[in-house]
Design a protein around this ligand. Structure first.
Ligand code: CA
Length: 533
């Protein structure tokens, strides 16, 4: 009886009537989709019109121009979104960690206030998801073709390309499993365009007849960077493997010729999942191209350019699948007459290098991988075609979703609800800097651990564990971050000011996670009581 009374009180306090008017939330989230590969962000890849459907969403809603992650790597970014807390607080600091699902996360809080919740696709947090009424998640990175899913009923294999399969699951849930009397929060989390970039068969011919424009920094020589930047392992030139990353010769194996080269767990694992018909179509596309590649005997910059083209085309073909998914999901909302009361968000766990600085992958605090797409259409709230310029981060998402749902925001979350910004407001006390901390070293691509601050105009980063080096950039004068101002004459005051702000942020967010090499004078000056680790 007491429980019933509590529920009734809760329903009254939430003003929940038989027809619940609270907005639905559709969160479409991809993996490694850089803002410069989205038309609405006006980057250099806009020329190839990569995302017409996402661009329509932007036209109907708001584009956040200064949207950043707090730790540019798959699992950690998702853990931040779930918890509304920085990596050092939610405990998932690198992909080797396992997420503690028992902790406070926003889907559980939405369930408590009567939302129906579901997640389909890539979770990357390990373990069975909590806080969801229904879920089907890819094991780890998942496979592109005919993927397995973990479900509450055990493991199932679903045939098709992962992007289409995940979209199908979401559409099916919207049409058949959704409760008509409850608002919903649905997370549709695509594997694409994550490495190794395997498009759907129908997209293999896309961009065949054009050259993808090259980034200005394709041949960056890192002359002004901290030493760790020269010791990374993520260059298209030296590290991108034609076999592992670009499928050169992988098709031959399936024609009966054994591959003598190193076998790739990811790309090859994906290919062995293909049906005979899928494999035949794949081979028909890449076989002649591999042959031409071998004949050409490319070297030096010509080889880099060839690798860039195959990589960028496959990446953008994977993006095309995600873009179509956004279109299908929005069409489904319209069919079900849910579009007027559903907030649709498009985002991705971090940005990516598409040849920028000569790289692929992410991890760095440089702009290309620090930026996260964040586009929101909230009918009746966001002004169509608007653009927001406040500094936002993935720590803000959980609180935003909670406020949209009218739920209480826990005081220990570390972000800030974006609802005022969605309403077109500009709060006077909005943050003027964001904090970043990357931990995964030594690991794939050997990007050194680093933390830093980005303000409207400047960026300061400290690399540690691999050396003890700083970099500082003026993003207004040097948007490609090629001239490291740290230690240069005339920069002392700016450097000191940024360091002071950086350590204030570390104190604010309670980050004492791995600062052993912080200069003692700074620990003593701005972090009283926290100098000893
Ligand atoms: Ca990712």
């Amino acid at each position: 009886m007491k429980k019933l009374f509590f529920v009734l009180t809760l329903l009254v306090s939430l003003n929940v009537s038989a027809k619940d008017k609270r907005p639905n939330i559709l969160f479409v989230f991809s993996d490694d989709h850089a803002t410069h590969a989205i038309g609405a962000y006006n980057g250099w890849l806009k020329a190839v019109n990569p995302t017409p459907e996402i661009d329509k969403l932007a036209k109907d809603g708001m584009v956040f121009e200064k949207s950043f992650c707090s730790n540019s790597i798959c699992g950690p970014s998702r853990a931040v979104i779930m918890s509304g807390k920085h990596s050092h607080k939610n405990g998932f600091m690198n992909n080797g960690n396992t997420f503690n699902w028992n902790q406070q996360i926003f889907p559980k809080l939405l369930q408590k206030v009567g939302y129906q919740t579901a997640i389909y696709g890539k979770s990357h947090l390990k373990g069975n998801p909590q806080g969801f009424d229904d879920w089907k998640v890819l094991p780890g990175q998942g496979l592109y073709y005919n993927p397995d899913f973990f479900t509450p009923e055990g493991k199932v294999r679903i045939d098709g390309h992962a992007t289409d399969v995940v979209t199908d699951l979401a559409v099916d849930w919207l049409k058949k499993k959704r409760s008509a009397d409850k608002p919903f929060m649905l997370m549709v989390q695509h594997k694409a365009p994550h490495r190794a970039w395997m498009p759907a068969l129908r997209h293999l011919k896309l961009y065949n007849d054009i050259d993808i424009p090259e980034p200005d920094t394709l041949f960056d020589n890192y002359k002004d960077n901290a030493p760790g930047v020269r010791h990374q392992e993520m260059e298209i030139d030296r590290h991108m493997d034609p076999n592992y990353d670009l499928f050169v010769d992988l098709t031959a194996d399936f024609a009966g010729t054994p591959i003598q080269k190193r076998q790739d767990r990811s790309a090859r694992g994906n290919m062995t999942r293909m049906t005979e018909a899928q494999m035949k179509a794949w081979r028909a596309h890449y076989g002649p191209r591999d042959e031409a590649f071998h004949k050409a005997q490319l070297k030096g910059k010509d080889l880099v350019r060839w690798k860039f083209q195959r990589y960028a085309k496959n990446y953008l073909r994977c993006v095309k699948g995600v873009d179509e998914s956004v279109g299908r999901l929005r069409t489904t909302l319209q069919e079900l007459d849910l579009d007027d009361n559903t907030v649709v968000i498009y985002s991705s766990d971090q940005g990516f290098y598409i040849g920028d600085h000569g790289w692929y992958d992410k991890r760095w605090m440089y702009e290309e991988s620090l930026k996260m797409p964040f586009i929101v259409s909230w009918p009746g709230v966001t002004k169509p075609g608007s653009r927001d310029h406040h500094l936002i981060q993935n720590i803000d998402y959980a609180e935003t979703f909670l406020e949209i749902a009218g739920a209480k925001i826990p005081s220990d979350m570390q972000g800030r609800s974006l609802v005022p910004l969605l309403k077109g407001q500009s709060p006077n006390d909005w943050r003027d800097s964001i904090y970043y901390h990357y931990y995964e070293y030594p690991s794939f691509h050997m990007v050194p651990r680093h933390y830093g601050i980005r303000t409207e105009r400047y960026k300061l980063m400290h690399f540690y564990r691999f050396g003890n080096e700083w970099e500082m950039y003026d993003l207004q004068k040097d948007p490609d971050e090629l001239t490291n101002l740290y230690g240069r004459p005339g920069q002392a005051k700016l450097t000191a000011d940024l360091k002071k702000q950086l350590y204030a942020l570390q104190k604010h967010y309670g980050d004492e996670s791995d600062l052993s090499e912080m200069p003692k004078e700074w620990k003593d000056k701005v972090r009283p009581g926290t100098a000893q680790k």
